[in-house]
Design a protein. Structure first.
Ligand SMILES: [Zn+2]
Length: 256
């Protein structure tokens, strides 16, 4: 995978935003395989399509690209807040590709895919409305909080200027599809409990270890007064999906 972006023909574009879009999209079209099925290429869709930037001709999956200069950091700007929430709650999001590139050398440094079913409304932060003097006064944009994605859904394709082995990416993508839940509130619970499991700093843990996060989960789900049963239900689900083992009564082991 050649991490250098090609500047041929870029002088035809005058705005920096447009140039960056063309450079990054061209790079993806030339270099990236389909992270879902391994097809050698993904195809660039016509500009201004509302839902996606790329799709795979083999598995028909769609992808949207967000790029930024420098490190990916904790959040990435995106479009209108309400539109994003609508897309998530109606399961109309494509998979998201997040690219961090180096401005001086125009090389790709980091590329991550977050599969569509990892998106939950709590990952989307509302930005302040644009000021009264702005052209689109009152418009409310959003940030995607990358640090709110559980690590199982934050799959690295390029890390610090090195391409991750393709087979490893495909395997992680396939494992992540085992966590696909269409119902949005069930999805929220699953990923919130998974995040708590990820936070426990050991491979084997007890129910008491995970119950320490009860207040954190209650804060995220203020209308649910049965947090402990809900936790156990999600652990059961993670076991059924092969992410956890139950070793003995009340003991769990992480498989990943
Ligand atoms: Zn594909």
């Amino acid at each position: 995978m050649d991490l250098q972006m090609q500047v041929d023909g870029i002088d035809a574009y005058h705005s920096t935003t447009q140039r960056i879009r063309v450079l990054t999209e061209t790079w993806i079209g030339k270099n990236l395989y389909c992270p879902r099925c391994g097809n050698a290429k993904i195809t660039h869709l016509q500009n201004n399509r509302p839902v996606a930037d790329f799709y795979c001709e083999n598995c028909k999956n769609e992808f949207e690209l967000k790029s930024k200069s420098g490190a990916l950091g904790e959040k990435v700007n995106d479009g209108a807040y309400d539109t994003m929430i609508d897309r998530i709650t109606s399961n109309q999001n494509p998979d998201f590709l997040f690219m961090g590139y180096e401005k001086q050398s125009l090389t790709v440094k980091n590329l991550v895919i977050v599969p569509k079913h990892f998106f939950v409304p709590s990952m989307i932060e509302k930005r302040k409305p644009l000021s009264a003097t702005a052209r689109r006064s009152g418009w409310v944009g959003c940030n995607i909080l990358l640090n709110a994605v559980p690590k199982q859904g934050f799959i690295k394709i390029i890390e610090n200027g090195c391409a991750v082995d393709k087979e490893k990416v495909l395997l992680q993508m396939s494992q992540s599809s085992d966590l696909e839940v269409l119902d949005i509130s069930a999805r929220g619970w699953l990923f919130d409990v998974l995040e708590c499991v990820n936070l426990i700093p050991k491979q084997e843990f007890s129910l008491d270890d995970i119950y320490r996060y009860e207040s954190l989960l209650s804060a995220k789900h203020p209308y649910n007064h049965n947090v402990k049963p809900k936790i156990r239900q999600q652990l059961q689900y993670l076991r059924d999906k092969g992410f956890l083992d139950f070793t003995q009564r009340g003991k769990y082991r992480k498989i990943y």
